[in-house]
Design a protein around this ligand. Structure first.
Ligand code: SF4
Length: 209
């Protein structure tokens, strides 16, 4: 947990890089994504414009470390093409209001809810709360929320309890990631966990069924 206050977690120097990273990170860890991003940068492919015009084999070769590289290369090229050709760039796409933007992203092949919300929050900088595996695990252990809760139900539960604000949303997401990485792993390390006083799992030995 960030003891010094707000965290603004999402690696990526540009909006293009954030979007590319959000797709590459599906079903893999960030270390592998970093290698793929490094290769894309070396191949001059780290932009939506370049990806939309690139040969698919060049994208595949660059992103191999991220796994599922054939599927991800197709997704990247397709999404980059739609954004560049249909919307003439991110500016027009991101002018949509949050709900419309989310629906548009979800209609693109390979963009699910977590990827869409990550793109909206970190690249478009609009309030759309990101639910990831850490968030689900921690909410289940701390509050006893059903582990099988749907993405949108958990998202509504969290957003109905915090202010709709991109700084707050980014910070909460970052805090979940930090807590999940350093304390609330599969085998949790509860004794030093900063939220153990309010945690149902720690205090009652039960989590979301
Ligand atoms: S007290 Fe343990 S189970 Fe609860 S959030 Fe912390 S690490 Fe996870």
């Amino acid at each position: 947990m960030g003891s010094s206050g707000f965290l603004n977690w999402w690696p990526g120097d540009t909006k293009d890089e954030i979007i590319i990273g959000a797709i590459l990170t599906q079903n893999t860890n960030w270390r592998n994504v970093e290698k793929a991003i490094h290769n894309l940068r070396d191949s001059n492919l780290l932009s939506l414009w370049e990806l939309s015009n690139a040969k698919i084999t060049n994208i595949e070769n660059a992103i191999k470390p991220s796994g599922f590289y054939r599927q991800k290369a197709l997704r990247l090229k397709n999404i980059a093409y739609i954004i560049c050709e249909k919307y003439d760039g991110l500016g027009n796409l991101f002018r949509k209001d949050t709900k419309e933007l989310r629906n548009t992203l979800l209609s693109m092949n390979g963009i699910g809810m977590e990827t869409a919300d990550s793109i909206i929050l970190y690249a478009a900088e609009k309030p759309s709360f990101v639910i990831d595996a850490y968030t689900k695990r921690i909410m289940s252990r701390v509050y006893g929320i059903d582990k099988k809760v749907s993405y949108e139900t958990l998202q509504s539960f969290i957003t109905s309890n915090i202010r709709s604000d991109i700084v707050i949303y980014k910070d909460f997401h970052a805090q979940f990631v930090e807590l999940g990485k350093h304390f609330c792993m599969k085998e949790p390390s509860c004794s030093n966990c900063p939220v153990n006083k309010i945690c149902r799992y720690y205090n009652n030995g039960s989590d979301g069924l």
